[in-house]
Write a protein that binds this ligand. Sequence first.
Ligand SMILES: [Cu+2]
Length: 253
Amino acid sequence: MNAPEQLYGWWVPVKASTYAAQLDTQLDIFHWAMLLIFVLWGIYFVYCLAHYRARPGVPAVRGQLSVAKSMVPDGIILVFEMFMIFVIGLPVWAQVMETFPEEKKANVVHVIAQQFAWNFHYPGPDGEFGRRDIHLVSSGNPIGLDDSDPASKDDIVSINTMPAPLGKPTLAYLTSMDVIHGFNVPAFRTKQDVTPGMRVRIWFEPILRGKFEIACAQLCGLAHYRMLGNVEVMTQEEFDAWIQKKLADKAEL
Ligand SMILES: [Cu+2]
């Protein structure tokens, strides 16, 4: 499992999901473009200061550019920004936010956020999520799983640890029990507000094995700082073994 310094070096965190690199590319383009614009404007600014300065016998003059000519840099920036939005940005946005893996081919998890923990509800081998009822919530049953529902018999609840198989998409449905939280996995470039009363769907496909931090990205109360979890990316075999172990633990209770 990776240490924090391997995830966060001097640059952005390691790219641990399929779409991380595409999202980073946009940031890279923007930052290099901003640097270029900064340098070009700087040079032009110094040129104008020198060229139009007041000299003995010569008053300082204003540039005599026509409005049309002075709009050229703005025009170029506008075209560049339109290109970034429509050619580079929208296709990635559509892929990350609008195109979801099929449930049958994904690891489906219900994520239930609360002050101050992440609860993960897995359907178990039957692939069916058991019923949850807010009235059944207790310290021993943080998500209010209804044991009388046959579908909940093989369900698994994990707190602050979210195992996910490598090379397979994880489809997560996010809900909150109290206030707005933010499901943020920096290494995956996955970030989504978790809003009470809403059920929001997200997905990611890990490409690296290891432990990746989930940090709540919305200031959600006094202990917000310790609302930390981990996505533990493991092979499918390890994931299946984890499920079996949790089921065995459950049977012992
Ligand atoms: Cu939170």
